[in-house]
Design a protein around this ligand. Structure first.
Ligand code: 6PG
Length: 499
């Protein structure tokens, strides 16, 4: 046995992660259910990759297991769900106590909790690790979010640290690498221990929920600029390029600017030819469902999922557009003012979106008994992953300064940004509403901001309504919390009763 680690699942992510591991000097045994894929990958390695000799192809699981040093570390990069269970079941007869399985897929965190429990009961170790950054990230430096036992993490840490994206410790900026297509070393790695059992996959799921809202907000900004200023894709690309220099600087803004300037072979811009029906693979939906379950008000994240669902009803929307009329669309004259307003709306809404994601993780950690370090999580997301952004350094700073921070919006840097930007944010929404342009993410984020900063909300009436029809009782503003009352409604003459 001379492989330092093994990897099962040679899809693009698996192949790229294997090459990344080999680049860093580790010998890696690889296995795929269809051995032709393994053969083709190994042949490719021999021809094209400098680290080729360190990639060992195995046709059988027994040979695969035999070739890995003990305790074995085996990364699974296969489709999340049943395939993970069946692969683990097939592997187990070839493993020995103390061996560590690492699931790098977008697994459902409750599955990870279950698998960790089952496998540790059998004497194995199990790490559920979020892997973000798409194909390029996997190849040249992903953001890695591992959850499991600390003992198992100690075994995996050197490899995970070596292959993760790195950020410059001085500037906090991602070190060149992933984007430029070459590996980097040095710098602060975008990986750290997240927590027990399913913590890593939960945090990766929330990363994806934030990814959904981040993307949706950018799409809404694009839509407003396109429709209210009658700009073509290239002109909007130029605006995003400028935004890239400021607080909105992020990978998603960067790729949006790239996308918008892409011309189509048939003329015009490619983005205008792409059908407006969004797909989704489920992690956004899980985030929204978990938020509902945790009673965490992540309304903007949920709205971003619904925005994709609504977009997918293309035929219905096309039919409805001939029946349901909105107000006439009026192009705006003051171009500079509108661009500035949309910029600030995007920044404010983004702060709220991240506040929701972190608030959700805060609720979840109480449910699942994790001790999440939010400053570190934001730092891990600083490089390698899809939501990497300059802004994340401010989140790390906020939690480092105040580890007990209840909500990101309460941090002085973010509250000031919200105070300064909210005028523009509101003006942007007024324009969108007046012109009948849908901006569900911008507006639900504002509803969150306005709701969270309201000492009083109309839930007083709601509680009275609940008590009226269902005797659900209510608390009083002038009595201690936890003391409940009920009225036999409608009962002007019957006194309220303490319960
Ligand atoms: C990443 C991405 C990646 C993928 C998601 C979302 O962090 O590298 O989040 O995991 O893009 O699965 O995909 P959908 O948009 O298809 O749900």
């Amino acid at each position: 046995a001379n492989a330092d680690i093994g990897l099962v699942g040679l899809g693009v992510m698996g192949q790229n992660l294997a090459l990344n591991i080999a680049d860093h000097g580790y010998t890696i045994a690889v296995y795929n259910r269809h051995h032709e894929i393994t053969d083709a990958f190994v042949a490719h390695c021999r021809e094209k990759e400098p680290s080729h000799e360190r990639v060992l192809g195995c046709a059988e699981l027994a040979e695969f297991a035999r070739s890995i040093k003990r305790p074995r570390k085996i990364v699974l990069l296969i489709k999340a769900g049943e395939a993970t269970d069946s692969t683990i079941a097939a592997l187990l007869p070839h493993l020995e106590a103390g061996d560590i399985l690492i699931d790098g897929g977008n697994a459902y965190w409750l599955d990870t909790i279950r698998r960790e429990k089952e496998l540790t009961a059998k004497g194995f170790e199990f790490i559920g690790s979020g892997v973000s950054g798409g194909e390029t990230g996997a190849r040249f430096g992903p953001s890695l979010m591992p959850g499991g036992s600390r003992a198992a993490w100690a075994q995996l840490e050197p490899i995970w640290t070596a292959i993760a994206a790195k950020i410059d410790p001085e500037t906090g900026l991602p070190l060149e690498g992933a984007a430029k297509g070459r590996p980097v070393s040095g710098g602060v790695p975008c990986t750290a221990y997240i927590g027990e059992n399913g913590a890593g996959h939960y945090v990766k799921m929330v990363h994806n929920g934030i990814e959904y809202i981040d993307m949706q907000l950018i799409c809404e900004a694009y839509w407003l600029l396109k429709n209210l200023l009658d700009l073509d894709a290239k002109a909007i690309s130029d605006i995003f390029r400028r935004w890239e220099q400021g607080p909105l600087s992020s990978y998603l803004i960067e790729i949006t600017a790239d996308i918008l300037q892409q011309e189509d072979r048939a003329g015009g811009y490619l983005v205008d030819k792409v059908l407006d029906t969004a797909g989704q693979k489920g992690t956004g939906e899980w985030t929204a469902a978990s938020a509902l379950e945790q009673a965490a008000p992540a309304n903007a994240i949920a709205e971003a999922v619904f925005a994709r669902s609504l977009s997918a009803l293309k035929e219905e929307r096309v039919a409805a557009s001939t029946v349901l009329q909105g107000p006439p669309l009026r192009t705006q004259a003051d171009r500079t003012a509108l661009i500035d307003a949309v910029h600030d709306a995007l920044y404010c809404a983004k702060i709220c979106a991240y506040a929701q994601g972190f608030q959700l993780m805060e609720r979840a950690q109480q449910t699942y008994g994790w001790q999440l370090d939010f400053g570190t999580i934001a730092q891990i997301w600083r490089g390698g992953c899809i939501i990497r952004a300059r802004f994340l350094q401010k989140i790390t700073d906020a939690y480092r300064q105040n580890p007990g921070l209840q909500n990101l919006m309460l941090d002085p840097y973010f509250s000031q940004a919200l105070h300064e930007g909210q005028g523009h944010w509101r003006e942007t929404l007024v324009l969108a509403v007046r012109n009948g342009l849908p901006v569900p993410a911008f507006s639900s984020a504002l509803a969150y901001f306005d709701g969270y900063r309201s000492a009083n909300l109309p839930a007083n009436l709601l509680q009275a309504q609940r008590d009226y029809f269902g005797a659900h009782t209510y608390e009083r503003v002038d009595q201690p919390r936890g003391k409940f009352f009920h009225v036999d409604w409608p009962a002007p003459d019957r006194p309220e009763r303490p319960i």
